[in-house]
Ligand binder design. Sequence first.
Ligand code: MRU
Length: 358
Amino acid sequence: MTGPHTELLAHDPVAAIRWKDDGLELLDQRVLPARESWLRLESATDTAAAIRDMVVRGAPAIGVTAAYGAVLAVREAVKTDPVGWREVLGPLLQVLRVARPTAINLGWSLDRMERRLQTVEHEPVAAALAEAIEIHEQDKFRNRRIGLNGAPVIEHGSTIVTHCNTGSLATGGFGTAMSVIRAAWEDGRVASIYVDETRPWLQGSRLTAWELSRCNVPARLIVDGAAASVMREARRGWAIVGADRIAANGDVANKIGTYALAVQARFHGFGFMVAAPTSTVDHGTAQGSAIPIEQRDGAELTAGQAWQLPPGIGTHNPVFDVTPAQLIDCIVTEQGVHRPPFAVSLAEACESAAASAE
Ligand code: MRU
């Protein structure tokens, strides 16, 4: 891969998923940045639990992890029944499939693993592992392309605001929105970078800040509510985010707070860019209102507080929201920069991606 600004996309100082000594290892994102601790997983059920409990998170990273989880599932199934392993496999894959509901990459990756396993005649574990590694490598390649495609859209002197964590931790490597930010910064286009802390799980302050620091890209942390004032003061720039699922019409489900950021960007004349691989586009979902939104335990809202909620006060913790397509200036995939209206362009991008993967 060549280009004028590829240094930061040539090497990745952060990795969160590895296949090592016949097992899956995940960097535990629940304890970052305080501790760098790797968990070893030997079964599909443990992998599903790790996805559900956010040991690994971020749509493409969940997809890559699920692919390796499927390898563990095949291994278990073959051990249980070397002849009828396919029947044993189905329920194990289903456990992975329902681990989290919003990120489409989970289902995309398991569909691909199932397609590969339908045709395999010998050595199903080896075939599954080869497919998982390909999914992983392809995600890294696509993310680097996203960075190279997206960076030229950013005008010189732009202020960047980003939300959640979209870097190497959230993907197979290099990141989505983070890939654009890395490339645009290296190309001298960025005046300053602001990182939303991303309540309540703090993906921004715990993970994005750590990753940018690892890449030697300077940034400033803000509370989510500061983004509007930052945009008003900066006057020009881009809000750049990732996606958990993109509906066929270009509506985007992403971390809660993304919709608010898009409204604020439009009001302040900032561009709003969504960066995601084509594996995040869900053509089976016509529009954002049909995307399932994960609700997590309300305890996430009060974690770390020294007091209890008073009587009569409950919690409401949807962890994603949907940004309507009309608030999005461009969606950047590995296939290029897509402008509104998105439907045709996204469909064509997915077709090209499928054709080039064959
Ligand atoms: O709940 P999370 O941490 O899995 O949510 C992650 C996000 O919303 C990311 O922004 C999204 O997956 C895009 S990451 C490349």
